[in-house]
Design a binder for this molecule. Structure first.
Ligand SMILES: Cc1cc2nc3c(=O)[nH]c(=O)nc-3n(C[C@H](O)[C@H](O)[C@H](O)COP(=O)(O)OP(=O)(O)OC[C@H]3O[C@@H](n4cnc5c(N)ncnc54)[C@H](O)[C@@H]3O)c2cc1C
Length: 467
């Protein structure tokens, strides 16, 4: 922890820490207009909402998939094989589909944003109906979905793959703060290139990275950009003029001890400052100040003056799921964690970030879930009991530099479930190539075509006697 802070008492019981002597204040009134411009950030692909003139007022499909992101397109391809293309529809409003894991590298200038996107049309399984609308309401009691253009779609079976919602607006001063320089976020199309710009423009001062006080997708991404930024600043000779700070709401650096231990070694070696239990509550982008609350001492806030700020926004359930009978108490899709069938509605299933599956929300988890869900539905169609069990497999390639990755893979119990018979907690160049070059190919050409259900971890193969 380098000594950049000075403390001052504000009100009884409220301590404010002012970094580099900068005080506090309110930002001026561009919030409403900017909210309108950036409001679509929460859903990464919602900016191209399109209402199809061709859709009729009522449709019926044997299998209806909601959402055409990672889970939706993957299940659309798999369900085509089970039901026949003409019996399957996918509801997705966006013209473009993005491979979000690459945004970590886009924010660090190692890949372009364009390389992360393809048209939804090119990815929709041939013959499957693409309903280019936004789901407004799900009524599982009448097997009906309503879209924003007034169309009613009935179904026999439903897969919900609506992802989660980003909430930049829950941080005071955002999203309008993104109109200022020096601030970015790898979590949305609109803000990811701003991260790279802020990094390139860095001169001297604090480079600050945040992790919110909510569930997130890819829990490693908020710190991957810190390691990449550190590497970039070293490469460009600016690191000695920078204090690199990671303020996380979590009480740990990473949830799985094996990988957390390796990351702490890196953090110490590279002199990165980690502050646990600090939650970003306000950005005063005009003054380059970020305000954090100390979650262990309610009322205590800290102001950090930044030269660069990377924001990981608060996240929450998709509102359509939250407002439907399909949600658990917290707003997530209420699934059986073993077979991915809904806990109350047996003809409803789910996959990915919108669910309450107690594992880390990642594309790798979606890949593993897709194989189990495919099997569950094919058994149900034959009046058989689901037999394949999802073990919670998820993965996080922790990018620790421009040529190094620690490949974290684990299950529901937080136990490492590794693909390779080597110590994956070690930084490796080959794993970087896996992340940057191999995984995108597997995504576009394997997973989204329903041909690849994630890696077969070494431990499983050993268990099956197939090593
Ligand atoms: C910066 C970043 C880095 C990441 N890094 C990794 C990584 O290294 N490895 C990894 O495995 N994962 C990573 N992820 C996470 C991964 O991208 C997600 O977990 C994955 O995309 C989840 O798939 P999904 O189908 O559940 O949701 P999404 O892919 O987000 O798809 C949800 C879809 O639902 C649609 N939708 C939403 N609301 C509606 C509605 N009302 N009507 C119709 N459609 C709607 C959206 O338009 C969207 O297309 C990363 C994510 C980010 C942002």
């Amino acid at each position: 922890m380098s000594g950049v802070a000075s403390r001052s008492q504000c009100t009884p019981g409220t301590t404010t820490t002012v970094f580099a002597g900068i005080g506090q204040g309110e930002i001026g009134g561009t919030r409403t207009a900017a909210m309108h411009r950036l409001q679509k950030i929460p859903s990464i692909v919602m900016s191209h909402i399109h209402t199809s003139a061709q859709v009729s007022a009522h449709m019926h499909y044997k299998m209806l998939v909601l959402g055409g992101g990672s889970g939706g397109i993957t299940m659309g391809a798999r369900m085509k094989r089970l039901f026949g293309a003409e019996n399957v529809a996918v509801v997705e409003p966006s013209e473009m589909h993005y491979y979000q894991p690459i945004w970590t590298l886009v924010g660090a200038g190692a890949k372009t944003l364009a390389s992360s996107g393809r048209s939804t049309e090119s990815l929709m399984p041939s013959g499957v109906k693409w309903v280019k609308s936004k789901v407004q309401e799900i009524n599982p009691n009448t097997n009906t979905v309503k879209t924003d253009d007034g169309t009613e779609i009935t179904y026999e079976y439903l897969i919900v793959a609506l992802g989660l919602e980003l909430h930049f607006e829950k941080i005071k001063g955002l999203p309008e703060g993104f109109e200022h320089p020096k601030i970015g976020s790898n979590y949305s199309i609109q803000t990811v290139e701003k991260t790279w710009k802020a990094l390139q423009d860095f001169k001297e001062g604090n480079a600050v990275f945040t992790f919110p006080n909510t569930p997130v997708k890819c829990a490693g991404a908020p710190q991957k950009i810190m390691y990449l930024s550190d590497a970039y600043l070293r490469k460009t000779g600016k690191r000695n003029k920078a204090t690199v700070i990671y303020n996380t709401s979590l009480p740990v650096l990473f949830g799985i001890k094996k990988y957390a231990d390796a990351l702490w070694d890196i953090v110490r070696e590279r002199e990165l400052q980690i502050n646990l239990r600090r939650n970003l509550i306000e950005v005063r982008a005009d003054r380059q100040e970020a305000v954090f609350e100390n979650l262990d001492y309610p009322g205590e806030t800290t102001v950090i003056e930044y030269e660069m700020l990377h924001v990981t926004p608060p996240m929450g359930p998709n509102p359509v799921v939250q407002n439907s009978p399909l949600s658990d108490g917290a707003g997530w899709l209420d699934l059986n964690k073993d077979n991915l069938q809904h806990n109350k509605y047996p003809n409803v299933f789910g996959i990915g970030d919108c669910t309450n599956l107690p594992t880390a929300k990642t594309g790798a988890a979606v890949a593993a879930q897709s194989g189990v869900l495919h099997r569950t539905i094919s058994r149900i169609l034959k009046n058989q009991k689901p037999d394949k069990i999802y073990d919670g497999y998820t993965s996080c390639p922790l990018v620790t530099g421009y040529k190094s990755v620690i490949l974290a893979e684990f299950d529901y119990n937080g136990q490492p479930l590794e693909t390779f018979p080597i110590n994956q907690a070690k930084e490796r160049r080959i794993m970087y190539h896996m992340k940057a070059d191999v995984m995108p190919h597997l995504y576009w050409h394997g997973m989204l075509r329903g041909l690849w259900g994630g890696p077969a971890p070494y431990r499983k193969l050993m268990h099956l006697g197939m090593k």
